[in-house]
Design a binder for this molecule. Structure first.
Ligand SMILES: NC(=O)c1ccc[n+]([C@@H]2O[C@H](COP(=O)([O-])OP(=O)(O)OC[C@H]3O[C@@H](n4cnc5c(N)ncnc54)[C@H](O)[C@@H]3O)[C@@H](O)[C@H]2O)c1
Length: 346
């Protein structure tokens, strides 16, 4: 099978396979001389893990699911199990799950014996269009999300669209908002596909959204400039998520609100016209993202945006759309402007 596309980063190139029912014939897509370890979650083990392991003649390692387990301890327990089962430098980790499993088990593979071969099999929409692409891996620290991690390109990414059939609707929506973000930053036709719920062709959305992300990470591996475009909506989203202790909203829902907040600032700066801002907001609201809870604390959101990883000094870095499919990075955003964007949501 030919890959849908190849991501070319300065450290490595790797194929991204996208299609239906790829998992049944996974052996033809994975090439490894050493032993293979399928790392998944207890929740996904029966649904995907065992089947994939059987066709690869691989061992299965299962971790606990959920953001609370996205930790150095979980990564360390994966490494312990790899050691106990005799994994070696030529072994391969095939990581099966959503972004939580992909990040945690992928990070473990990236540091085990200074890094063994890694294949991502993302099973959520968010993981297929976002977290499995680009080589970023991270676990959380008590002080914050994704504070420990690595850049480590996989050998391949295999996205089986049929895996999404069992995804709960709220998880579909979480990925959908990241895809919609991809439309605003780089592909107006992708945005259009998502403009009229409830009908959308998930296969087409995944293909287009993967292309947007792949083009950006191929051009710029390490977040220096172009890659920052992917953070559209994320400054305020991170503030919202931290203020809610990562509960109540999915990541995609937080990004949905974050895009509306960013657009308010872009509009005030004269970068984005009123009609386009309204069109983006209409598209987001049409999917009914969970409302910001009453209890959310404005000051907590603002305090959390200060720790945003994108900031390089006192000025904040944010991404603003100029139109659908065209965004730009600005490094001169003031605290007052961020407060204005947050107030537009509350
Ligand atoms: N590395 C990156 O570049 C990057 C980018 C974006 C997000 N992330 C990370 O991704 C994580 C979120 O990932 P997520 O949104 O995929 O959520 P998730 O991994 O937490 O999975 C959500 C839920 O969906 C279930 N699930 C997964 N696949 C399923 C399927 N096919 N059928 C039924 N249920 C299924 C899981 O068991 C879980 O309960 C966060 O930790 C975030 O920090 C990383």
């Amino acid at each position: 099978m030919q890959p849908f596309l190849t991501i070319r980063q300065s450290s490595a190139s790797y194929p991204v396979y996208v299609g239906r029912n790829l998992l049944g014939d996974i052996r033809s897509l994975i090439d490894n001389r050493g032993r293979i370890f399928v790392i998944t979650s207890s929740a996904l083990r029966d649904r995907f893990g065992e089947q994939i392991a059987a066709s690869l003649d691989a061992d299965v390692i299962a971790i606990e699911e959920g953001e609370a387990f996205k930790t150095l301890d979980t990564a360390s327990s994966v490494i312990t199990q790899l050691l106990d089962r005799g994994a070696k430098r030529d072994s391969m980790a095939v990581v099966v799950g959503g972004g939580m499993v992909g990040d945690t088990a992928g990070f473990a593979a990236s540091i085990f014996l200074r890094g063994i071969d890694l294949v991502h099999i993302p099973t959520t929409l968010l993981a297929q269009v976002d977290s499995s692409l680009g080589g970023k891996l991270a676990v959380n620290h008590a002080s914050g999300k994704n504070l420990i991690g690595s850049f480590y390109p996989p050998r391949a990414v295999i996205s089986d669209l049929a895996a999404l059939d069992s995804l709960p609707r709220r998880e579909v929506l979480s990925g959908l908002f990241e895809a919609l973000k991809g439309g605003v930053i780089g592909d107006a036709s992708l945005f259009q596909l998502l403009e009229s719920p409830p009908d959308f062709d998930v296969d087409e959305v995944v293909h287009k959204a993967i292309r947007v992300k792949a083009e950006i990470v191929s051009a710029d591996e390490k977040e220096a400039d172009l890659r920052r475009l992917l953070n559209y909506g994320h400054t305020i989203a991170h503030g919202i998520e931290a203020a809610l202790d990562y509960r109540d909203l999915t990541h995609g829902e937080a990004v949905a609100w974050g895009m509306i907040g960013a657009n308010a600032i872009a509009k005030r700066r004269g970068l984005l016209d009123r009609e386009t801002a309204a069109r983006i907001e209409r598209a987001i609201r049409a999917w009914n993202p969970t409302a910001l809870p009453e209890r959310i604390d404005r000051e907590a959101i603002l305090a959390a945006t200060e720790h945003d990883k994108k900031n390089t000094g006192s000025q904040r870095v944010m991404v603003f759309p100029r139109g659908i499919g065209t965004c730009e990075v600005f490094a001169d955003v003031t605290e007052d402007e961020i407060a204005y964007g947050v107030d537009a949501l509350l």
